[in-house]
Design a protein around this ligand. Structure first.
Ligand code: AMP
Length: 580
């Protein structure tokens, strides 16, 4: 389904990926020529702009190292502490939700890069799905958070909120999206969600794409629909918005769109009233060409459930980005979620890669600290090797670890393609063993396979280490849903015990050894009631996380978050004996 409009974009991607090495070299040259005189870089480069000196002297850092410099700018000191250009504002980055949002400096040059991405990022999608801007509207769930003002008077907002605030986005919104701006900026996310679903249903015949930034938000929307479809149908039938929607912006927006439509309400009611919701997205939005949302990394746990709801519609994870920089595009939008690779765009930042141990490479030797490990340039990464992403940007981040681990899956022209592996810092550990997000995901995948044939789906999970008694043990919180009206109370406790054993068997060697030696106690699964993870999401959103950018923590670190889950436990199960 090629369209002429995207040929320029595809050509640009060809050029960028073909000339990756030269473009990266220019990127670093540009960063240094602009910023070598800043207080931060002067400390390592003494005003010089040589690339080799940068690689030799500038340390690999985390956000914590740069935070004092960033905070000084936020508190009113001049930007040239970190970058020559004036800082125009900050992005609030969640990384993986759970910690305090980070303040990422933003400049005019940063915005220029963002605008550039906008000119070609859609091209791989258009090749397969045509120009959806011309075909109809997108039913995208979007949630803005209020901006924060720093003491210097600069604004800080999540990337998504900043996009929703752009005048171009606002101008195009009525033509391209089903959600009015008031529903996106509604201070109560539940009222906003209700209205976005309502308007998406009212305009269902025009919808060509359903989505959100992350898979978890699409699922949140579907679950909300499961609980509210009768009310939504009633509103559509009568042309009146439910009374509990008190936000005046939402009510005004509704008054412009809603009129009684009993035929549409009946059609929707018939679709929603069936026993199985398999393929419900496709049935409700019959012209949708795909579901667009990030479904890799922490989101991969949602793909099975999402595939159930969209049955046959492609699930497309179009890009990999963080507040610090846009990183890469998925050039094969139709590939299965488990095979998705992102091609890094060499004109977005200067990318370097810190090799990290990968299960397949037993010979890999970890150095005692990152300083001793050589960073690898973008074009020199090796296929099959895992790396932690390190970026230097035009907006004052130098050799900064984003915290993501990526695996090289191949090359497109001369630019490497990466599979997202995991967040670096999410680990469970009782003693010397370290269990990563990926280890956990694999073990959960093995164990939940026991539920599928019995008609149950594991919809959400997270974990923590319980050290309240010695020895400590791993605790998994599971939210389970019965297919076709089954209740999770019908689930045989023996199966849950078996799931605990299966998880332990699937964990890594060190875990099993420690478990056998009773250095780690039996793994526990706590089944929580329906809606517990929504309550967790609500909690993080109430603490300032943007609902659009929410990523559930794979490991719970906050006491309050733990209490939310613990207070909803309906069953506890333990592994009966150490794994073989
Ligand atoms: P934030 O800065 O709050 O937008 O979060 C950015 C983080 O989201 C990244 O560092 C990744 O950990 C995660 N992320 C973004 N895009 C993807 C993707 N396509 N696949 C997996 N994780 C992603």
């Amino acid at each position: 389904m090629a369209t002429n409009g995207n040929e320029g974009g595809l050509k640009m991607i060809e050029e960028l990926t073909t000339n990756a090495e030269q473009i990266q070299d220019e990127e670093l040259g540009e960063i240094l020529s602009r910023n070598a005189g800043t207080e931060y870089l002067r400390g390592f480069l003494h005003g010089q702009t040589e690339k080799q000196l940068f690689k030799k002297n500038v340390p690999i850092v985390t956000y914590e190292h740069l935070k004092p410099y960033i905070d000084r700018i936020a508190n009113g000191e001049t930007s040239d502490i970190l970058l020559a250009e004036p800082v125009t504002g900050f992005f609030l980055s969640s990384g993986t939700s759970g910690g305090q949002p980070k303040l990422i400096p933003v400049s005019a040059e940063y915005h220029k890069k963002g605008a550039l991405v906008g000119t070609f990022a859609q091209s791989p999608m258009m090749r397969h799905f045509g120009d959806i801007n011309q075909a109809g509207k997108r039913m995208e769930l979007m949630f803005a958070r209020p901006e924060i003002e720093t003491p210097s008077g600069l604004k800080a907002a999540s990337v998504s909120t900043s996009i929703y605030n752009e005048s171009k986005f606002r101008t195009n919104l009525p033509k391209l999206y089903t959600s009015p701006i008031e529903t996106i900026f509604c201070p109560d996310p539940n009222q906003g969600l209700y209205c976005q679903l309502l308007f998406g249903l009212i305009q269902r015949d025009e919808v060509v794409k359903v989505g959100s930034l992350f898979a978890s938000t699409v699922l949140r929307g579907i679950k909300f629909l499961e609980n509210h479809w009768q009310e939504l149908c009633y509103d559509i039938k009568t042309g009146r918005l439910s009374d509990w929607i008190t936000d005046s912006g939402c009510r005004n927006a509704a008054s412009l769109i809603m009129k009684p439509n009993p035929e549409q309400a009946d059609l929707i009611e018939n679709i929603c009233n069936c026993k199985s919701w398999e393929g419900i997205i496709r049935k409700l939005w019959t012209k949708a060409r795909y579901i667009g949302c990030i479904c890799t990394g922490a989101m991969r746990q949602y793909t099975t459930e999402l595939e159930f709801y969209c049955r046959g519609l492609p699930l497309v994870s179009a890009f990999y980005a963080c507040s610090e920089t846009f990183c890469g595009l998925n050039l094969e939008p139709l590939c299965k979620p488990c095979d998705i690779s992102y091609t890094l765009l060499p004109n977005m930042a200067y990318f370097e890669f810190l090799p990290v141990k990968n299960e397949r490479d037993e010979s890999f030797e970890m150095k005692s600290n990152d300083e001793d490990t050589e960073l690898v340039d973008l074009v020199n990464v090796k296929v099959g090797q895992c790396y932690e992403l390190v970026v230097s940007t035009c907006a004052g981040l130098y050799r900064y670890k984003v915290g993501d681990v990526l695996m090289v899956s191949g090359f497109y022209n001369n630019a490497p393609q990466f599979q997202f592996v995991e967040r670096k810092n999410v680990i469970l550990s009782v003693d010397q063993e370290k269990t990563s997000e990926t280890d956990l995901f694999k073990a959960v995948t093995e164990a939940k396979a026991l539920l599928d044939p019995l008609g149950f789906i594991l919809t959400e999970y997270t974990s923590y280490v319980d050290t309240s008694s010695a020895p400590g043990h791993y605790v998994l919180f599971w939210e389970i849903k019965g297919k076709e009206g089954k209740h999770c109370k019908e689930l045989d406790p023996k199966i849950m015990v078996e799931c605990c054993s299966r998880m332990e068997e699937s964990l890594h060697y060190t875990y099993k050894i420690y478990r056998k030696r009773n250095i780690i106690a039996a793994l526990e699964i706590r089944v929580v009631k329906q809606g517990s993870f929504e309550a967790l999401m609500d909690y993080f959103v109430s603490k300032g996380t943007s609902l659009s950018q929410y990523k559930k923590p794979s490991c719970i670190k906050s006491e309050e978050a733990l209490k939310i889950l613990d207070s909803r436990v309906i069953g506890k199960y333990f592994s009966p004996k150490p794994p073989l």
